[in-house]
Write a protein that binds this ligand. Structure first.
Ligand code: IDP
Ligand code: MG
Length: 149
């Protein structure tokens, strides 16, 4: 089973879209194994987005992700990273497929609502950065036999 880190960014929280965004992942069958709301510190923002340091959009990105609370959660499932990224849609909302979160709810790359890890390795690393082990919960869902084969 793979895990991925999802973050509802400040625009999602401020626009009241937590419910619709979480619903997309739940309806898909991905399992939430940890969830919290927090105001991201400058330090955590820079660690999370370290790969983008030096790019033209880096400082605006840090400003954006620290500008209001976020909701962070860990999802588990088979190929959870790819499944979640397809549900999120392309980085630039104008290129995101209709039916994806960004394709349905967003307009611009600097206000694209959601983060999703881009590889299983980064999924594990990002979850370790955002969550303590004690905040992650392993459990069986009664419906899993109707979602997983
Ligand atoms: P991703 O979120 O789809 O994985 P990344 O390329 O990892 O996209 O970029 C991280 C975040 O940085 C994006 O989600 C977006 O918020 C922001 N970003 C990426 N490229 C640009 C840009 O060209 N202008 C402004 N913001 C950008
Ligand atoms: Mg990325």
């Amino acid at each position: 089973m793979e895990r991925t880190l999802i973050i509802i960014k400040p625009d999602g929280v401020e626009r009241g879209l937590n419910g619709p965004i979480i619903t997309r992942f739940e309806q898909r069958g991905l399992k939430i194994v940890g969830m919290k709301m927090l105001h991201v510190s400058d330090k955590l923002a820079r660690m999370h987005y370290a790969v983008h340091e030096g790019k033209s959009f880096f400082e605006p990105l840090i400003q954006y992700i620290t500008s209001a609370p976020v909701v962070a959660f860990a999802l588990e499932g088979p190929q959870a990273v790819q499944a979640a990224r397809n549900t999120i849609g392309a980085t630039k909302p104008v290129e995101a497929a209709a039916g994806s979160i960004r394709g349905d709810f967003a307009m611009m790359v600097g206000r694209n609502l959601v983060h999703g890890s881009d590889s299983p390795e980064n999924g594990a690393a990002e979850i370790a950065l955002w969550f303590n082990e004690s905040e992650l919960i392993s459990y069986d869902r009664a419906l899993d036999r109707w979602i997983l084969e």
